[in-house]
Design a protein around this ligand. Structure first.
Ligand code: EPU
Length: 421
């Protein structure tokens, strides 16, 4: 397979309007939720990214009939060809979200075989919160050779208190609880808006869920779930990435189809950096006509500053006026971008879970390596404001979560060329 690269001629301001795509981290759980249905589930506004395609492949290999036309997929459980309970190794390794098959398979089919998930590599990525909850609900789960083998003879509703508000952990348990016998309460649940979006789909399918999007979710189990039509919410992380790009490269940018409410903390930080922000229900505008001021950031579960925008703000801080302290509060090792940004002239010192960034006046184009999805986005941002040309190697990471990135940036006046895709 040919290596994918992205080349960026930097130093051009961004101007114009682009549309925000559907959220990857809402689309994937919604796709896996269709495993719970006995009828037809229609999902719209799916982002056209590789993680969406991988999830669809998983559903097909589990026997579901899936027809995708553009951003819309029709998943028909009534036409299921088999009831395989085994997630293929290749897809599980490609994407951490494959763990989201576990709860629905156990609840609906009583069995799941799921290889331990792969995905972005930023330190240990345990799934003990998922497993503890499912075991408490009556599942028997064993690990053999890196593969989870789970069985349940009917799950039972339970009171679950999560040790940490795990995003996909909350989703897996909420989905499993929909078909469990009796009531499940999830305390210390993750509050990400994508969880409320998933719950909206499940409720449309006939589930009884209250409190999704808050730290206590109550689910009354039902005997079966039916069909539904559902639109995936806009991608606040994609939106935040373009806003960070505008903050670094300067310009005047409007994002359509995404409101500012779910990005409140990020918009505050951009204003602190000197940006003029205007947001409504379905638009966010940013005007940046100065070098950004350094701002401190500490990532935390929602509604805190999202870890999935940390690398992008590391890139913004690299060219900011002053010194920024960036603290990563979610993942153990999510500063690998710093090594690549240094190749472009950034002054970043990493110590444990924090980075100190002394802003430099200008970054210089270089050959850099993408290491994961958001790290790749950070390198794109650095490339947009650097002098000369930046070539990002291993750019396939970007396709996992950014729909049409090069086309969107070029529509804003950037010069981005993709090769090898
Ligand atoms: N954790 C545990 N045990 C668990 C699960 C998580 O200790 O069983 C710890 C993790 O080690 C980590 C923290 O809890 O320190 C957060 O993990 P979480 O479970 O919330 O993350 P996730 O559900 O695996 C999702 C997103 C990530 C995003 C994180 C945090 C999806 C498919 N992935 O992962 O998105 O970084 O939440 O917000 O929704 C991305 O899109 O680039 C991405 C990596």
């Amino acid at each position: 397979m040919k290596e994918e690269t992205i080349a960026i001629d930097g130093g051009r301001q961004l101007a114009g309007e682009i549309e925000v795509s559907g959220a990857k981290n809402a689309a994937l759980p919604c796709l896996f939720a269709s495993l719970l249905s006995s009828k037809k589930v229609v999902l719209d506004n799916l982002p056209l990214v590789t993680d969406t395609m991988t999830s669809i492949e998983v559903l097909k290999s589990l026997g579901l009939a899936v027809r995708r036309q553009g951003k819309k997929a029709t998943i028909d459980a009534a036409k299921a060809k088999s009831a395989s309970c085994e997630v293929p190794l290749e897809q599980a390794r490609a994407m951490r979200a494959s763990i989201l098959a576990l709860g629905p398979l156990l609840a609906k089919r009583g069995e799941a075989v799921v290889p331990l998930p792969g995905g972005c590599d930023f330190g240990s990525r345990p799934i003990d919160i998922h497993l503890r909850g499912l075991r408490k609900m009556g599942a028997e789960i064993e690990m053999k050779g890196g593969v989870l083998h789970a069985r349940a003879d009917g799950l039972r509703g339970q009171r679950l208190t999560l040790e940490f508000p795990s995003f996909t952990g909350t989703e897996n348990l909420m989905m499993a609880a929909c078909l469990a016998q009796g009531e499940t309460i999830i305390d210390n649940a993750a509050r990400e808006p994508e969880i409320a979006n998933l719950a909206a789909l499940l409720v449309a399918m006939g589930a009884q869920i209250e409190g999704a999007g808050t730290s206590r979710i109550a689910i009354a189990g039902v005997a079966s779930l039916g069909g539904a039509s559902h639109a995936v919410m806009p991608d606040r992380i994609e939106a935040g990435t373009y806003l960070a790009a505008a903050a670094a490269a300067q310009g005047d940018l409007t994002l359509r189809g995404c409101g500012g409410d779910e990005l409140a903390m990020v918009l505050d930080k951009l204003e602190d950096a000197g940006a003029e922000i205007e947001s409504s229900q379905d638009r966010i505008g940013i005007i940046m006509d100065r070098r950004p001021r350094a701002v401190d950031i500490a990532t935390a579960p929602y509604p805190g500053f999202p870890t999935d925008l940390q690398a992008q703000f590391l890139a913004v801080s690299s060219i900011a006026e002053g010194t920024a302290r960036i603290v990563e509060g979610i993942w153990e090792q999510r500063f690998r971008t710093a090594d690549e940004l240094r190749l472009m002239g950034a002054d970043i010192a990493v110590s444990g879970s924090s980075a100190t960034v002394n802003g430099v006046a200008q970054l210089t184009g270089a050959h850099v390596q993408a290491t994961d999805l958001r790290a790749s986005a950070a390198l794109v941002i650095a490339g947009l404001c650097a002098s000369g040309t930046t070539v990002i190697h291993n750019a396939h990471h970007l396709q996992r979560g950014y729909e049409g990135l090069a086309a969107k940036l070029n529509a804003l006046g950037a010069r981005v060329r993709q090769a090898g895709a």
